[in-house]
Every structure is written in structure tokens, then in C-alpha cells.
Design a protein around this ligand. Structure first.
Ligand code: SAH
Length: 267
């Protein structure tokens, strides 16, 4: 890459001429009614990304969920399909234009039900922190639309006009919303029926009962002089369950006292 000073942070992007979203694997027979994530992004090629691997990837292939990246670029203005402009009031960076993002949201809204069944989210460090209970609730919806910001973010008016909910991956600043979108989609998709092989595992894992999960072990029984705790090798299911619960409670108290006693629904 040439080392030119980045006067406009999007300067190296190529322009895509198509208004058609890349609807991945739409022709698969089981897709009708499958949970769907529509993701508005300047980087549609970043999808499915890691969501294409392992269990989420297999579930995508099998049509258990659907992914529709919506390229923001074709909604841009003028010959260069500009999507951003300088911040009103001055300051560094660029802001994604309300009119451009609005057109992409209109496109995304086609064929979707009301917000109770289809949340519309802007990935944003200013948003409500993402939790397991949000993932639970989104997995009950028919799908969702996500806006991935870039640069300094999105013009406030489009968030107000479309009543977009802001959700944050955590208290840090990413370069764009794509990684946050993939993290949240992953957490949601693995809760959909049949995505994980062992359905029970989502009920017992961290956060689902307001506790962190107990430690896990597997073979070999001894490694570098460290043994698997005897109780786990004892075959006493009652004792094992008791030990795991105690470990869970101890760990949660030590590491996340803010979680103790909280039900997943309070999160
Ligand atoms: N100027 C903004 C940060 C912009 S970061 C501020 O200070 O609040 C660029 C884009 O990355 C954002 O528009 C958002 O979509 C995404 N992003 C950054 N941090 C994020 C986080 N913690 N959670 C979700 N999205 C984030």
C-alpha cells in the first residue's frame, strides 16, 4: 500500500456497481423462514468471516440461518458513491451520511416484520452492553438488521428517525462494527434450534444461569503431574453436579461478583 497521508479514511475502497445485496446461499431449500441477519456494511466481503467456520458455518450451509450482507457503497452519492462527509461543527474523521444509511435501511426493511420480531441495531461503543440475554431474545426473533459503522460513526439523525437501538460489544473502540456484528451474530446463532449438536450445553454454560461455568477437564487423566479432580472420575453424578455448582459459585464470586445471584433475564 502506498504511504499517502489518509485525508479521507475510505480513500482506498473500490466502488461496487451493484445494488443487489450478496444474499448468501439463498437457493438452499431449508432457508424459508430461517433466522436471518441483514448486515449493512462497507465491507460485505468481511462476511461470513469466522461465522463461516465450524458450527455456525455448518448451520449456515444447512440453511438453519441466513446471512445477507448489504453493501453500503452503492447507496452512496454521486459518481464516487460517497457515503460519508466531514463532521458538522468540525473535528477529525468522517461521518456516515444519514441519507445514505437511510436508503440502506429501507432496502434492509423490505420483507421484514415489525421491530418486536426484527430488531434494528447500530453497533456502537455508546450502546447498551451486549449480553447473553440479548442474544437469547434476538434468537427468538425472525431475524435482525445491523448497521456497521466506520470512521467516526453515523449521523445521529438516521438513528433517531429509524429508532435504531445502539448496542456495544464492550468498553473499547473498534475500527468498525463488523467484528462486533460477527461476535453478536455468533452468540445469537448458536442459540437457534439444532445449531449446536448438544442442545443442553447452552443451558449450563456461563451467563445462562447468572453464573460462570465450572472448570472443564478431559484426557489424559494426569498431565505434567496435574490430575483431573477425583470427583470427576468417581462416576457419582450427584457428587459431580454438586462439585460443579460449588466451583461455579466460587469462580463467579471471585471474578464477577456483579453477576452473583443474577438471573439471565436480569442481565
Ligand atoms: N467515534 C466513535 C467511535 C467510532 S469507531 C465514538 O467515540 O463513540 C467506528 C465504528 O466502529 C463505530 O461506528 C461502530 O460501528 C464500531 N464500533 C467501535 N467500537 C465498538 C464497540 N465497542 N461495539 C460495537 N461497535 C463498535
Amino acid at each position: 500500500m502506498a504511504k499517502t497521508p489518509p485525508t479521507k479514511s475510505h480513500g482506498r475502497l473500490s466502488i461496487s456497481a451493484s445494488l443487489q445485496p450478496r444474499d448468501l446461499m439463498v437457493d438452499r431449500p431449508r432457508l424459508k423462514g430461517a433466522w436471518c441477519a441483514k448486515v449493512i456494511t462497507l465491507f460485505p466481503d468481511a462476511f461470513p468471516g469466522v461465522l463461516g467456520a465450524s458450527l455456525t458455518g455448518k448451520a449456515l450451509q444447512d440453511g438453519l440461518w441466513r446471512l445477507e450482507p448489504i453493501d453500503l457503497r452503492p447507496f452512496g452519492e454521486g459518481k464516487h458513491r460517497n457515503v460519508d462527509d466531514t463532521p458538522a461543527g468540525g473535528g477529525a474523521g468522517m461521518v456516515l451520511r444519514a441519507d445514505v444509511v437511510g436508503k440502506a435501511l429501507d432496502k434492509a426493511a423490505q420483507g421484514t416484520p415489525d421491530r418486536t420480531k426484527w430488531p434494528v441495531i447500530y453497533l456502537s461503543p455508546r450502546g447498551k452492553p451486549f449480553t447473553q440475554s440479548m442474544a437469547q431474545s434476538w434468537s427468538q426473533a425472525e431475524g435482525l438488521t445491523m448497521i456497521c459503522g466506520r470512521f467516526e460513526g453515523v449521523d445521529q439523525r438516521v438513528l433517531d428517525e429509524y429508532q435504531v437501538e445502539e448496542v456495544s460489544l464492550g468498553d473499547f473502540v473498534l475500527t468498525g462494527g463488523e467484528i462486533a456484528a460477527q461476535a453478536m451474530i455468533d452468540a445469537t446463532v448458536r442459540l437457534l434450534p439444532n445449531v449446536l449438536g448438544n442442545a443442553a450445553s447452552t443451558e449450563e454454560e456461563s451467563f445462562s444461569n447468572g453464573l460462570l461455568e465450572h472448570p472443564q477437564y478431559t484426557r489424559p487423566a494426569t498431565w505434567k503431574g496435574r490430575n483431573i479432580p477425583d470427583v470427576l472420575m468417581s462416576g457419582h453424578h450427584g457428587e459431580i453436579a454438586k462439585w460443579r455448582k460449588e466451583q461455579s459459585e466460587k469462580l463467579t464470586k471471585e471474578r464477577r461478583p456483579d453477576l452473583t445471584g443474577k438471573d439471565a433475564d436480569d442481565a
